[in-house]
Unconditional design. Structure first.
Ligand code: BGC
Length: 459
C-alpha cells in the first residue's frame, strides 16, 4: 500500500506555522511598542546563547520573499501571529497605522499568492506597558484583550477567515508566570493561578468577540499537549502521571468545553476559587470551530513527594535511552496519535487541526545544501500517525509544520533549528532544506508517498 496526501482528502489543510516575535525582527521600527519579550531578552542570562529576537529572520522586511517561498513550496496555508504591540504600542488605546499597514501587506501578499492566512492573535508577546500593570495576573487583562481582539477583527476580518485566539496558554502562563524562564520571568503559584484563570477567560472571550464581529469566521485556539506515561505501573507513579496530564493536557481545554478545571486530578487548581467571579464558569465556555493541537514529544512522570504542588517530576528523555532532538525531547510519533484520540474523545470538540508539529535537529549547511534526513523521517512518521488517527475516525482536518524557517527559539535562542527552510542569520539568506523539498513534493504530487513501512511499524 502506498499512502499519499490524497489519503487525507481534498479538504485537509496543509500548512506551515510561525510566530511574530520568533521571526519578524524589526523590534523597534515604525512605531512598534516593546513587548515582554523585548524586555526579557535585554536582561542578562535569560537567553541561553545571549541572543535576542531583535532582528530574528527580519520577516518584517522580507515577508514578501518569505510568502513567495511558501508558494514555491506548494504550501497552501500560512499560520502566523500578530504582535499586539505593533498594532497597539501601549497595549490599549492608540493604534499604530504603520503596524496595521504591515499586517495588511502580509495578508494581501498571502491572498495574492493564493495562500490562506491563519492568524494567531496572541503568541506570547504581551505589550510591556500592560505587564507593568500586572499583565496576565491582573484581571483587567480581559478588557485589554477585548479591545485588542476586536481591533484586529475589525481591521483584518474582511480578509482573514481563520483565527486562533491563544497560542499554548499552558506554556506562556507556566513558563512565564510560574517557572519564570520565559517572559515576563515571573515565578510562583500566586502569579500562575490568576494568570491561568485570566488566560482561560480570554480564550473564550476572544472566541465570542470574533463570532460577534465576524459570524462566518472559522474560530479556534491552540493547546500544547504531550502524551504522558507513568515511569512504572506503581500506583503512586500512575497518580503522579495523572496529575501531570491534568496540568499539561487538560487545564485549558476542559473549561472551554464546559467541563470546568480538572480539580479532581489536579488539586492545586482548586486555588482558582480565590479568583473566580460570578459567571466565570459560564464565561470560560466557547464553542470553538476547531481546536489546534500542538505536539512534539511525550513525557514520562514519576512520583516525587518533595516536589511542591505536583508531588511528581518529569523523567528527562536523556535519562531514558531514546532518540533525542536538539531540545532534548524524545522523538515519539505515537504520541501525536494518542493525543489526537484524547482530544477527539471530548464530544464537544468539532474538529482538530494539528497547528504545530516539527523538530529541531543539528542541521548543517554544506555547499549550499542542508541534508536533514532525520527531520524528513520525523515528519513522515508523525504524519503517518495523523493519518492513522484520521482513519480510525478522529476528526482531524489539518496539519501545520513548525516551522517555516529556523527562528528565535525563545529561551534557547538560535541554536535549535526547527525550520524546513534554513536561515543564515548573518545574511538572512533562506535555504530550503531537504525536508522542505520533501514536503513540497508531497503536497504537489499524488504520487509522493509517505513511507508505509513507517505506518505499519509505528502501530
Ligand atoms: C511554540 C513555538 C515554539 C515551538 C518549539 C511551541 O511551544 O508555540 O513558539 O517555537 O513550540 O518549541
Amino acid at each position: 500500500m502506498i499512502f499519499t496526501k490524497d489519503d487525507f482528502g481534498p479538504d485537509f489543510h496543509w500548512g506551515v506555522s510561525t510566530a511574530a516575535y520568533q521571526i519578524e525582527g524589526a523590534h523597534d521600527v515604525d512605531g512598534k511598542g516593546p513587548s515582554v519579550w523585548d524586555h526579557f531578552v535585554s536582561q542578562k542570562g535569560k537567553i541561553q546563547d545571549h541572543t535576542t529576537g531583535n532582528h530574528a529572520c527580519n520577516h518584517y522586511h522580507n515577508y514578501s520573499e518569505d510568502v513567495g517561498l511558501i508558494q514555491s513550496l506548494n504550501i497552501p496555508n500560512y499560520r502566523f501571529s500578530i504582535a499586539w504591540s505593533r498594532i497597539m504600542p501601549d497595549g490599549i488605546g492608540y493604534i499604530n497605522q504603520d503596524g496595521v499597514d504591515y499586517y495588511n501587506r502580509l495578508i494581501d501578499e498571502c491572498l495574492d499568492k493564493e495562500i490562506t492566512p491563519w492568524v494567531t492573535l496572541y503568541h506570547w508577546d504581551l505589550p510591556l506597558a500592560l505587564q507593568k500593570k500586572g499583565g496576565w495576573v491582573n484581571r483587567e487583562v480581559l478588557g485589554w484583550f477585548e479591545d485588542y481582539v476586536s481591533t484586529c477583527v475589525k481591521l483584518f476580518g474582511d480578509r482573514v477567515k481563520n483565527w486562533m485566539v491563544l497560542n499554548e496558554p499552558m506554556v506562556f502562563t507556566g513558563a512565564g508566570y510560574f517557572l519564570g524562564y520565559h517572559a515576563p520571568g515571573i515565578k510562583g503559584i500566586k502569579n500562575f493561578v490568576p494568570a491561568m484563570h485570566h488566560a482561560t477567560l480570554c480564550q473564550s472571550l476572544g472566541g465570542r468577540i470574533i463570532r460577534d464581529l465576524q459570524p462566518e469566521a472559522n474560530i479556534g485556539t491552540t493547546f500544547s499537549c504531550s502524551h504522558i506515561d507513568p515511569a512504572s505501573p506503581e500506583p503512586k507513579d500512575v497518580k503522579a502521571a495523572k496529575r501531570f496530564d491534568a496540568l499539561l493536557n487538560r487545564l485549558f481545554i476542559e473549561p472551554a468545553l464546559g467541563l470546568g478545571y480538572p480539580v479532581e486530578d489536579l488539586p492545586i487548581a482548586r486555588r482558582v476559587e480565590d479568583y473566580l467571579k460570578a459567571d466565570d464558569e459560564q464565561n470560560m465556555v466557547f464553542d470553538f470551530d476547531f481546536v489546534g493541537l500542538q505536539n512534539y514529544t511525550r513525557e514520562v512522570v514519576r512520583h516525587n513527594w518533595y516536589m511542591p504542588y505536583l508531588q511528581g517530576q518529569i523523567v528527562k528523555a536523556e535519562e531514558r535511552d531514546v532518540e533525542l532532538t536538539t531540545m532534548g525531547w524524545e522523538v515519539y510519533p505515537k504520541g501525536i496519535y494518542k493525543m489526537l484520540k484524547k482530544f477527539n474523545a471530548y464530544d464537544k470538540v468539532k474538529s482538530i487541526l494539528v497547528t504545530e508539529n516539527g523538530v529541531a535537529f543539528d542541521d548543517q549547511l554544506e555547499n549550499g545544501h542542508v541534508k536533514d534526513p532525520k527531520r524528513v523521517k520525523f515528519l513522515q512518521s508523525y504524519i503517518c500517525e495523523v493519518l492513522k488517527a484520521k482513519r480510525s475516525g478522529v476528526k482531524v482536518d489539518g496539519y501545520f509544520i513548525w516551522s517555516l524557517m529556523d527562528n528565535f527559539e525563545w529561551a534557547e535562542g538560535y541554536e535549535p533549528r526547527f525550520g524546513i527552510v534554513y536561515n543564515d542569520f548573518e545574511t538572512q539568506k533562506r535555504i530550503v532544506k531537504d525536508s522542505g523539498y520533501w514536503y513540497s513534493r508531497f503536497l504537489k504530487s499524488s504520487k509522493v508517498m509517505l513511507n508505509d513501512e513507517l505506518l505499519k511499524s509505528s502501530g
